[in-house]
Design a protein around this ligand. Structure first.
Ligand code: SF4
Ligand code: SF4
Length: 342
């Protein structure tokens, strides 16, 4: 089923090259082999046995799976799905890679176990609406207003680390479990753009999946009197996996907060460059993308950077450190929790 979907998608590409425009990797390498068009041509050549899988590996691995090409594609080719699945199919994760992924997720799992035994305050969750708390947020043991207001869906992970790491077996396991849990909910709130876009790929009742700010947009928030960000300038980094509609809703929300000055970052579709563990395998490209982002943020003269994806927040923190911005970066959820009041 997935194979047919992938092949149909590959056939849809008209080679128009419109996807080159927003590709963060092409922006650095200027190599058409690294674009969606180039990758699709190579996959077609592989299908026709003109190229072997070794010859397309480098280009398929260099992709950030950011999906920017998809947003610009007039033929609606689902490029991210093609590249993640083809990567997992052609180069399934080896034992060493699975161990690496397990080691990467281990601190999250340990923290999750420690936190499991901690005493939590008693909440009065609204069972109609559930909160999709991703693995990183869980491991951080942050009890925010979202935990206090909504029942936790109790997922282990959205599945993205497995899919991006080429571990389709574990991805399918997580996906199946999540679908069963999602079926029991009426409305699911996300605070991470990457979790939401991953779940949207496999869960068909998309109208049930909303970004949490959508739920709070009518509330009249203001900055706390004692907040250090009172009357300060704040910008927001749009994660690559965030839809335009979610981003515009967040912008509206930020503009409505009394006591802060929201300034958009130019080129809102620019990537943070971090891409999960991308920076470990492609440090030069990753660093160059991050530097461009840091320069754009500098132009805003902001005092605080907000985002809505733990990977982006970490990436922005590194880039602020390396490129001298030194601006604090926070999750939107934590900013609302700590700095705002009704
Ligand atoms: S924009 Fe879409 S149709 Fe055009 S080359 Fe890129 S992937 Fe193919
Ligand atoms: S997913 Fe991102 S990095 Fe990969 S080809 Fe598309 S725009 Fe470029």
């Amino acid at each position: 089923m997935v194979d047919k979907e992938i092949n149909d998608n590959i056939e849809k590409c008209s080679r128009c090259a419109l996807c080159l425009k927003n590709c963060p990797v092409y922006d650095i390498t200027k190599d058409d082999n690294n674009t969606a068009r180039g990758l699709i041509c190579k996959l077609l050549a592989y299908k026709k046995k003109i190229l072997n899988k070794k010859e397309i590996k480098k280009d398929l691995k260099i992709c950030l799976y950011c999906g920017k090409c998809e947003k610009n594609c007039p033929s609606k080719v689902e490029t991210t799905k093609i590249f993640t699945y083809k990567n997992a199919e052609l180069y399934p994760s080896k034992l060493s890679q699975r161990l690496f992924l397990a080691a990467k997720l281990l601190p999250i799992k340990i923290l999750y176990c420690i936190n499991f035994f901690k005493k939590h305050p008693k909440f009065t969750p609204n069972s109609e609406i559930v909160y999709f708390k991703g693995c990183v947020a869980k491991s951080q043991h942050k009890i925010t207003f979202l935990d206090k207001l909504f029942k936790n869906l109790n997922v282990s992970c959205c599945g993205l680390p497995y899919l991006a790491g080429g571990d389709l077996k574990n991805y399918e396991k997580v996906k199946k479990k999540n679908i069963q849990l999602l079926n029991k909910a009426n409305l699911v709130l996300f605070d991470c753009a990457s979790c939401k876009s991953t779940v949207e790929e496999y869960y068909f009742q998309k109208e049930k999946l909303v970004f949490f700010s959508e739920f709070f947009k009518k509330k009249k928030y203001r900055i706390k009197d004692k907040s250090k960000y009172k009357n300060k300038t704040i910008t927001f980094h749009k994660p690559c996996h965030m839809s335009d509609s979610d981003f515009f809703a967040i912008e509206e929300f930020l503009k409505s907060i009394k006591g802060i000055n929201y300034v958009p970052t130019e080129d809102l579709n620019s990537c943070c460059g971090f891409g999960g563990s991308y920076f470990m395998f492609h440090p030069i490209i990753s660093t160059k993308i991050a530097q461009k982002k840091a320069e754009l943020i500098k132009k805003t003269n902001c005092d605080l950077i907000l985002s809505a994806c733990p990977s982006c927040v970490l990436g922005l923190r590194f880039s602020q450190l390396f490129f001298g911005g030194y601006k604090k970066t926070l999750e939107l959820r934590d900013f609302i929790d700590k700095e705002l009041t009704l």
